[in-house]
Design a binder for this molecule. Sequence first.
Ligand code: ADP
Ligand code: MG
Length: 627
Amino acid sequence: MSEVIRLLPDNIANQIAAGEVIQRPASVVKELIENAVDAGATKIELHIKDAGKTSIQIIDDGKGMSETDARMSFERHATSKITAAADLFTLKTKGFRGEALASIAAIAHVEMETVEEGEQVGTKIEIAGSKITSQEPCSRAKGTSISVKNLFFNVPARRNFLKSDNVETKHIVEEFNRIALTHPEVGFVLSHNGNIIHSLDSAGLRKRIVDLFGRNFNNKLVPIEEETDLVKITGFIVKPEFSKKTRGEQYFFVNNRFFKDSYFHHAVVSGYDNLIAPKHFPSYFIYLEVPSETLDVNVHPTKTEVKFEDGRSIYSILRSTIKLALGKYNIAPSLDFEHEPQFDLSIEQQNSPIRQPEVKVDPTFNPFKTSSDAAGSTSSGTGSFGGGSGFSGSGSSVSSNSFKSLRPNKEEWEDFYKITEEVEQEETEVPSNEIQYEEPLKSSTHKMQLHRNLLLVQVKSGALLVHINRANERILYDDLMEQFMLSPIAGQQLMFPYEYNIQATQKLEWENNSTHLKRLGFDWNWQNNTLVLSSVPSMLEVEYVTQCLDAIIEKITHQDLDKGELVHELILSLSAAATNHKNRTLSEEEMNYLVDRLFQSEQHQYSPSGKKIMNTISIEELYNYLS
Ligand code: ADP
Ligand code: MG
């Protein structure tokens, strides 16, 4: 028999390794910045073009490499960082596998210039597909510059697999953030297509967080500190009232490495007790230090999980550290998020033994049905604005659609439409056995406003309780969505421009979404990182512009939304900001109008963000309260 086993040529072995280490431009960024940090750099610049697909350049002022080391650094398993397996347990460096440069050089065009301290002349190497194509002397300041061009030029499958520039840029920014947060003492610059996104001076942690995430972070932060034999905990958590609906800034570091851990995340969330609303996430920047022998750093280069010897105890310590910090800063009394005392009543009711409300529905009754459109006025779910959504589910919905005369430009928005509906259905978790609420008769019903934000309406079977804010939000959302489909929403020109500070990355996202934002009624220009608004949507009162912008920016920066989801979120943010504060006394006419308009909506039972707008209480239940 002939021998069939052969050693793989180096370039193929490197390409295979690259598949593991380098998955996308952000992986290159991570490896190269880590190398620069390991080289003792005090300033690191990262310049990317086209989300790193065209080029990634990293310039550091670290210790540089000799001519031989510069060549060696591209060999697989070439590392200066460990010499024995035991070193793995006392690791102080980021890298140690000696694989990154070899991998990158196998799948891109790489150019490196490096000069050691005290040397006038250094080495310039060009390498592509693992082959050195040129080596010559060069001169530059002490340190190393590596540029990586045409990533995956020889692995088309990988290249095609890359996501949009937007998504890839987000991954890069995320890697950048993680390292910038691990090393506040190092200065960083990040630029994309020639625009400076961050220019961070060497700083303390608090300033670094503020520089990265925006000036308004400064008064959101609460420091945490704890030291035990098992673990030392430092860092900052964000005050509970600034928790967000989307995941944003959740950062854990252990021994100066970023890691992810849902168990510890749970510890943090439970440390906040009930100070944050359900489904909200607190932001945190938490640094753990543990003896290195009690930590199993995952040696896989792209994995961010680590194992702790005594994770359970750390969980409890972490949880009580958070509690203590929040208590110490006496944050609890100032909480006012989602604070709707007027709604406590219905929450109590929800907690009481559940009784199936007796709802009597007259499926043929439809107060909006005029004799001229008597035929087929129940929603068919297609074409009509806001239609087809799953809230009413069956064709026996008692509500009708008043928007039939106005049809969106279907060609333009058809795809978007479908997506929006899917998203809404998913988000609102509509129970399968949907209850139909009895619609109050227009004129003959008594309506009463309770505690400003609740409306009690008499219906045949008992009483209908309506959450006024949510009802307003639903009505406005439906209106805005319809307007948006048809033409741009009218903006109001501001007499005095409205200024809003924004982070550099957010500026990028804002501009990426400029078409939608203009259609929504915004108009602006920039003064550095200040958004200067000359026009805002006409229904938005100026005092709620910040709330609206906060929500919009969070949506556009933290979520990978497709077009449909994006429009839904934008209009959601706008309708919430435009309605949430109008807790004034309503006239009888206004109450009637509110209920009428609400029932015209296909989705009158849930607010656009999925909260319950109404519930009924049967006559029997009402009398039961007195028995
Ligand atoms: P690792 O970081 O795991 O050692 P790499 O392939 O990332 O492996 O780098 C190989 C070696 O090249 C490093 O151990 C280091 O000695 C050297 N090196 C890489 N980048 C730099 C840099 N920016 N400055 C100085 N030396 C570097
Ligand atoms: Mg490395």
